[in-house]
Structures are given as C-alpha cells and as structure tokens.
Design a protein around this ligand. Structure first.
Ligand code: ATP
Length: 268
C-alpha cells in the first residue's frame, strides 16, 4: 500500500492557470475521489502526480508532491521525477478516454503494460495476467482480437487491465465511467473496489459523483483549479450542495430521508 501527499500544488499551461494551491492526501490503502465539472483541473492533477504534465506543455509552478515520503516534484523550475520513474515507484495512470492500442491485440495491449521494470519477473507477469483475466474474463476470451473491436466498456477493462500489469501501488483513474452505460460503469466500479481490497491505493477523478462517492472513503471537490470542499465520502454524499450540484437532486427531492440513506449506504 502507498500514500500520496499533495501540498499547495499550482499548475499552469503557459498563461492558463489550471490548479491553484491544491492540497490532497491519499492515505495508505484508501480510495479517494476528486469530483468536479469540465475544466475543473481533475486531469491536470493526475498528470502532475504521474509526472506527465510536460507532454501537455504544462508545468508545476508551486507546491509539492510526495509519494511514500519521497519527493516526486523537484525544486521550483526543475522537472522532478520522470514519468518512467513514477511508474517504477508504483504510480500508474489510466488515462481518460480508454486509450488502448486499437490495432494491437488484447493480449499485446496487456503485454505492453508489463514492459516497465516494475512488472517483475516472467513468473510475476504470468501471475499479473492471470489476475487480470480473473477480474475481466472477457479479456482472456478475446485475447487474440484487435483491441479496437472491443466495446467501450471492454476497452475500459483493457485500459485498467494494462495498468494492473505494471503492479501499481497507487492507481490513478481518470473518469473510468465516462460514456459507459450504468451497468458497465457499476461493473468497473466493483472491480476498482476489488483492486483496492487486494492492496492498491486509488486516486479517482470523476464527474459521476453518485458512483464515485460509493467507491471512495474520502472526497474532494475541485472547482476552477481550487479545492472548495472536502470530507468523508458519506458526509459529502449527504451534503445539500454536493447533492444539488453533482448528484442531480433538486432542493425538493434532495432532503428525502430515503435518498440520504441510500447514499450513505453507497458510500459505506
Ligand atoms: P474534463 O472533465 O473536461 O476533462 P478536467 O477537470 O479534467 O476537465 P483539465 O483537463 O485538467 O480539467 O483542465 C483544466 C484547465 O486546464 C482547463 O481550463 C483546460 O482548458 C486547461 N488545459 C488542460 N490541458 C491543457 C493543455 N494541454 N493546454 C492548455 N490548457 C489546458
């Protein structure tokens, strides 16, 4: 298990200030969610942690990121840890939009996930593959097919499976439910719970607050690059503001005790 500490993080893309003084913790073994609408800075936060901001012409302008007490970000003006070293340390990102290698087979996509040093020995890789196939049997059945032929939900499974091949200690998930039917999104959510139960900390960014608050123990709300609200997921799920703005409940139906109980149960 692993823990992440983000302190006062500010990020810019040239003149665009995407994050301002963001502080956040993922305690060891936790699932933590960051909620926020389009453009709030959720993806930027994950890029900063996975050290991939430079690929998008972004850069941290202040603050720090620590993983297990190790500094991920360098002193101001320096690049800090490389993306490859972040993966080697156990921080693996599943990017938004199910980015699989469409022309490669499902099996080769999974193999690609095991290219880094962290994947371990051949025996470790075989064990990781068996685990991915146990979590997502469809990826075993369709091993020889091109990934581009999979459904959206199956591609999300493959993207997640590929990340697991690198044996992450902290998994960064960017809107895994985006564009999926509710049943498929729920399946993905269950798998994330299973992955967490077997020892991986998770930082999840989501617009789907109902799903995310069910998964997470602690939640942050990001608005225009700043954390505006944070607390235990159960508390946020019950908060009028979150329910109105992120759970699609209006003032009239929001206070219903039945709804509140349901949300509490989800986030238990
Ligand atoms: P979404 O849910 O729409 O993906 P988000 O919360 O993930 O949104 P980010 O993608 O992190 O938000 O974007 C935060 C801000 O940074 C936005 O104003 C966005 O336009 C800007 N931004 C993101 N990537 C870049 C980039 N490569 N160059 C310039 N500006 C960018």
């Amino acid at each position: 298990m692993a823990s992440l500490q983000v302190r006062g993080l500010s990020v810019g893309y040239g003149p665009v200030r995407a994050l301002r003084g963001v502080s956040l913790d993922v305690p060891e073994g936790a699932v933590v969610v960051v909620l926020g609408g389009n453009g709030a800075g959720k993806t930027t936060l994950l890029r900063a942690v996975s050290r991939t901001l430079a690929f998008h012409r972004g850069a941290a302008t202040g603050g720090s990121i620590g993983f297990d007490g190790r500094a991920f970000s360098g002193p101001e003006g320096t690049a800090g840890l490389s993306p490859a070293r972040a993966v080697a340390a156990g921080v693996v990102q599943v990017p938004e939009g199910r980015q699989v290698f469409a022309r490669m087979t499902v099996a080769d996509n999974l193999r690609a996930g095991a290219l880094g040093a962290r994947a371990g020995s051949r025996a470790d890789i075989a064990r990781s593959l068996a685990r991915v196939h146990a979590l997502f049997p469809v990826l075993a059945r369709r091993a020889g097919q091109r990934a581009g032929l999979l459904s959206g939900g199956e591609q999300q499974m493959l993207a997640l499976g590929r990340a697991l091949m690198a044996r992450p200690r902290l998994l960064l998930l960017d809107e895994p439910s985006l564009g999926l039917a509710p049943k498929m999104a729920a399946t993905i959510a269950e798998t994330v719970t299973e992955i967490n139960a077997s020892g991986t900390s998770v930082l999840l960014v989501e617009q789907n607050a109902a799903l995310a608050l069910r998964l997470a123990s602690y939640a942050y709300v990001l608005e225009v690059g700043e954390v505006t609200l944070e607390g235990p997921a159960a508390e946020l799920a019950a908060s009028d503001e979150v329910r109105r703005r992120y759970l699609g409940l209006t003032g009239e139906d929001a206070p219903g005790p039945r709804t509140a109980r349901t949300l509490d149960r989800w986030s238990a």
